[in-house]
Design a protein around this ligand. Structure first.
Ligand SMILES: CC(C)(COP(=O)(O)OP(=O)(O)OC[C@H]1O[C@@H](n2cnc3c(N)ncnc32)[C@H](O)[C@@H]1OP(=O)(O)O)[C@@H](O)C(=O)NCCC(=O)NCCS
Length: 181
């Protein structure tokens, strides 16, 4: 019998955010979306995949162990809906990693900067109402309130001046250790 609990839980600090190219990353993004948008939020039933997934670029945030990516814990997808107009959707961070390593912020940054490098002149997203303060702090503005999937959202637009073009497909960063709320 284990008499002593380990003094601390493992908390990764090394993260990588990149366009998901490998099969395990794409599967990880899809599984995380199902966990968040089907099981947790119950916006969709069974699977949240749609036509848009055929053309959109998935982005994965993974934590790394000994320098190698271990598991997808955040995702978002981006795509061009008309020339110069890009949209982001399905932003999700694993429950255990929210407010821990700024993954939501880093995913939004990589999404908009990557689109900017690909010719984006305007970047929009439908943002769930409870997340509007987060986006406002990240140089987005609300264009209008809308109801989507029966829930309150804001159609929001990023200030591209705050998101310089990023040609690199991947960014790696070391997160400050913070305790999850
Ligand atoms: C929204 C979401 C992606 C944010 O991910 P995250 O990794 O927690 O985001 P960050 O850590 O980068 O948050 C940045 C800051 O905004 C704050 N913040 C995060 N979510 C917030 C919210 N809903 N309202 C206000 N502030 C928020 C955090 O406290 C953090 O502040 P801090 O740096 O002072 O601690 C995550 O909560 C999530 O997956 N939610 C469920 C799915 C969802 O709502 N998707 C978005 C659809 S629009």
């Amino acid at each position: 019998m284990l008499l002593l609990e380990p003094p601390f839980a493992f908390q990764p600090v090394d993260y990588r955010v990149r366009i998901a190219r490998e099969e395990w990353e794409r599967r990880g993004c899809a599984a995380l979306r199902r966990a968040v948008f089907c099981d947790e939020q119950q916006i969709f039933h069974g699977d949240d995949a749609d036509e848009w997934d055929r053309v959109a670029l998935p982005i994965a945030a993974s934590y790394c162990v000994l320098g190698a990516p271990e598991q997808v814990v955040g995702t978002v997808r981006i795509g061009e809906i008309e020339p110069g107009l890009w949209q982001g959707s399905r932003l999700a961070v694993h429950r255990d990693f929210r407010r821990v390593a700024s993954l939501g912020t880093e995913l939004i940054r990589h999404a908009v900067c990557s689109a900017h490098a690909r010719g984006c002149r305007r970047f929009i997203a439908h943002v769930q109402e409870q997340n509007v303060p987060l986006f406002l702090r990240l140089a987005w503005r609300s264009l209008e309130r809308v109801t989507l999937h029966g829930r309150p959202h804001h159609l929001m637009q990023a200030d591209l001046a705050a998101y310089p073009p990023r040609a690199a497909e991947e960014v790696a960063f070391v997160a400050e250790l913070r305790r999850a709320a």
